[in-house]
Design a protein around this ligand. Structure first.
Ligand SMILES: [Zn+2]
Length: 283
């Protein structure tokens, strides 16, 4: 019996990576600009390893990937570890939980996640000149359309209300203090499935509960990745949630929530990009 999405012992948990991102301003932005072709969880995983090993954060690729670009991995270099989805067909008798979907002729497609050591930073390679791809532009309108979320007119009369979300609709106060942050926060409520259960109205003072932490953490990741105002505010709120109870050990954010947060931020960032660049496949 295999455990899914359980990191290898030497790979940090998602919650630990999230705490790292929360406590180190600029980390996500650096990770996003270097590794935007990868999921945001992997971006932080990659940057943390680069820092630990003293590698310059920059383009990463697999051994054969660098070869096709005319570069060779230097002798003795150790590969970076990323988390990869592995899709395979499974016979039906294996009673399995999560991630499966019905395929053709009774077979099930099963997606699990595994940590694999097969990426190298450009500084671990030598060879032809390589120009990293430009950071793609991001647009809110494009993101909302791709995510099937409708932005509706703001009609709340409470002046403190910054925005709200219901079902697949969001509204942002035209005079919201941090409009992008609020847009990410409300979008996150929708993507995280919160609005399937209730409507959310957000004032300047976000109440303390796990759903708000999840939405606010998604807003933090998006604001920082795109270098938009609001990250400091999110950071303060999340640190407040993490700090007094347990210290910064990450246990205040359940692993499951951390995974959801990374996935939602990733969806929002990818959905708003001019050119969809999907590099995360098994090779
Ligand atoms: Zn909220």
């Amino acid at each position: 019996m295999q455990h899914h999405s359980k990191p290898a012992p030497d790979v940090p948990k998602w919650s630990a990576l999230l705490v790292e991102a929360v406590n180190k301003p600029g980390l996500i932005m650096e990770a996003y600009s270097a590794f935007h072709n990868y999921s945001i969880g992997n971006q932080i995983l990659a940057i943390v390893q680069c820092q630990l090993r003293g590698l310059e954060p920059g383009p990463i690729n697999t051994f054969p990937g660098w070869q096709t670009l005319g570069r060779t991995v230097k002798r003795g270099e150790r590969a970076l570890i990323l988390c990869m989805p592995i899709s395979r067909k499974v016979r039906d008798e294996q009673g399995s939980s999560g991630g499966e979907s019905e395929g053709e002729n009774g077979e099930r497609r099963f997606t699990s996640f595994m940590h694999k050591a097969r990426w190298f930073a450009i500084s671990q390679t030598v060879g032809d000149e390589f120009t990293p791809p430009r950071l793609p532009e991001w647009e809110a309108e494009r993101a909302l359309a791709a995510l099937d979320i409708e932005q509706i007119a703001f009609t709340a009369t409470d002046g403190n209300c910054q925005g709200y979300a219901k079902k697949r609709q969001i509204a942002i106060n035209p005079v919201a203090q941090l409009p992008h942050k609020t847009l990410f926060h409300e979008t996150a409520h929708v993507i995280l499935g919160h609005t399937a259960e209730a409507d959310f109205t957000d004032t300047e003072r976000t109440p303390k509960n796990l759903r708000e932490v999840e939405a606010e953490a998604v807003a933090l990741l998006c604001c920082e990745a795109l270098n938009l105002e609001g990250a400091d505010y999110c950071r303060g709120y999340i640190q407040n949630w993490l700090c007094p109870a347990v210290g910064y050990n990450g246990d205040a954010i359940p692993e499951k929530s951390a995974q959801k947060i990374f996935r939602a931020a990733d969806q929002i960032l990818r959905a708003g990009r001019l050119q969809a660049s999907e590099n995360e496949t098994e090779h």
